[in-house]
Design a protein around this ligand. Structure first.
Ligand code: NAI
Ligand code: MG
Length: 479
């Protein structure tokens, strides 16, 4: 191996230091060329009163190396502390969460020995922006934001990942039968970018049946790409189905950064006892080696790890008298892996990550598109009001300004005026749609002023636009 790659390492809390030592011992013995810069994060930093668990000096290291191998930390409960994971993810723009979910049958019990899939979850957008507002006595709103560049980047990442890792298929999951615009955008981008990857099989599932299939037939999947919330849920379903929550490694990737870790936490109940399984962090470190282009080392470590598992050398968490030969602690497990460096597994398939580029996955720039003509054609004004739809219409009509007409009134997405169904339950949260020709912002403001004068409490405004003449808003159910 030629030049050493600078990386930032944090030993974390609980079992963190033990599993990090074991992992680094294995990487070093395998010939990984790493120039390690250690930073402190987690409990000790929180206890110094730093609310997000990471000091300024640590950021400097991360910005220099752009590669972060991180042991789990103990997140303090309550007291206004912020999650370090979320802070790092957002600050470094780590848009992709990559989580391989693999069955290790028969050493770890599972109904699906053939399972070997990777979930690629969008990490920054969707409902996780956490933009929420209480708008009336009875109704709160959580905004779901899906962007075209965000969708393109994650979908592209999934295809590039599949190619680089010899995977044959990418499955997209979303709910565009209901969220026609937000999830429709995600699905469309998948179809569009997919055309550039004819060598890779492609399919789409509505998220609910997709999730059910993961639980019942996980062997049918290879790489799955999905939005943030769906990805959060299906990751847990998939990892549970493998039977080995404790053996998961994962990474968070941005255009310029990568953070690599175990899926599990700091396991305070077994900390300091020397019995923790270092496999989750080691598998995270293997993802890191591939990211920095040390693929041959990743191959060597992964094969040695498989051989150790199939030789029955197990830590207590996966020890089973039927399949295990020897129960070992953290250090002896690492020694057993080191002893097997250069050997290949016999029962598990041999892993080969190829040569690697040394640049991680390099994504092409975002596609440029022609700017569409955006035209204001009306406004949805949301009201806090109680009563019957007809009474609201009667109240609004005299308050209409010239140039706008009252198109409809909806309650929680269902049209209730004109010609509503008598059985529709109405909350105190109403949407009134005004439309017109040549609508201007000034006209919308005049309409708001007129509503104010009529004593109507408006809580929110959504402008209605067309883009190149195509509608940029949904119709209400029943419209
Ligand atoms: P946990 O994953 O730390 O532990 C759950 C159970 O699994 C425990 O019984 C533990 O002994 C066992 N376990 C976990 N990793 C193991 C390993 N490598 N070898 C053997 N046994 C293992 O989850 P828990 O108890 O909910 O959380 C503990 C702390 O970790 C909390 O402060 C939590 O906030 C934090 N945490 C940190 C994460 C991170 O830094 N990425 C992720 C998840 C939790
Ligand atoms: Mg989760």
């Amino acid at each position: 191996m030629s030049k050493k790659t600078p990386i930032t390492v944090a030993r974390g809390d609980g079992i963190g230091p033990e599993i990090m030592d074991a992992t680094l011992d294995i990487l070093t013995a395998a010939g990984a060329a790493l120039d390690i810069d250690e930073i402190e994060i987690g409990k000790a930093v929180y206890e110094r009163g730093i609310m997000n668990g990471i000091e300024d000096s640590a950021w400097a290291s991360l910005h220099r190396t752009k590669v972060f191998l991180k042991a789990p930390i103990t997140t303090p409960q309550g007291g206004g502390f912020k999650s370090l994971n979320v802070t790092v993810r957002k600050a470094l723009g780590l848009f992709a969460n990559v989580r391989p979910c693999v069955a290790y049958h028969p050493y770890v019990k599972t109904n699906f020995p053939e399972m070997d899939l990777v979930i690629i979850r969008e990490n920054e957008e969707d409902l996780y922006a956490g933009i929420e507002h209480r708008q009336t006595q009875d109704v709160v709103q959580s905004l779901k934001l899906i962007s075209r560049p965000g969708s393109e980047r994650i979908v592209r990442y999934a295809f590039e990942y599949a190619r680089a890792n010899g995977r044959r298929k990418v499955t997209c999951m979303a709910k565009d039968n209901i969220m026609k615009m937000a999830d429709g955008l995600f699905h469309n981008v998948f179809d569009e970018i997919g055309k550039e990857y004819p060598d890779i099989e492609q399919e789409f599932y509505i998220i609910d049946i997709g999730t059910a299939r993961i639980a019942a037939r996980p062997g049918a999947f290879d790489v799955i790409v999905t939005e943030n919330l769906y990805g959060d849920i299906i990751s847990d379903v998939a990892v549970e189905v493998t039977g080995s929550v404790g053996l998961g490694g994962s990474c968070n990737i941005g255009s310029d950064f990568g953070m690599f870790e175990a899926v599990h936490g700091s396991a305070p109940d077994i900390a300091g006892k020397g019995i923790a399984n270092p496999s989750g962090l080691l598998l995270g470190a293997i993802l890191m080696l591939n990211h920095i282009g040390q693929n041959p080392v990743a191959t060597k470590v992964h094969n040695a790890w498989y051989k150790t598992i199939e030789d029955g050398i197990h830590t207590g968490d996966i020890y089973d008298s039927d399949f295990s030969r020897e129960k070992v602690g953290t250090k002896d497990f690492a020694a057993a892996v080191i002893e097997r460096l250069g050997q290949n597994p016999k029962k598990f398939g041999t892993v080969d990550y190829g040569e690697g580029t040394g640049k991680g996955l390099v994504l092409p720039p975002l596609k440029t598109r022609k700017t569409e003509k955006k035209e204001l054609v009306g406004a949805d004004v949301f009201l806090d009001w109680q009563g019957k739809p007809e009474d609201l219409a009667t109240k609004l009509k005299p308050a209409l300004v010239k140039g706008l007409e009252l198109k409809l009134i909806a309650n929680r997405g269902v049209k209730v005026w004109p010609d509503g169904q008598p059985g529709t339950f109405c909350s105190d949260h109403w949407c009134v749609r005004f439309v017109g020709q040549g609508v201007s912002h000034v006209l919308v403001l005049q309409q708001l002023a007129s509503l104010e004068k009529a004593g109507v409490d408006f809580i929110k405004l959504e402008n209605l636009y067309t883009f190149d003449g195509k509608s940029g808003f949904t119709v209400a159910q029943g419209e």
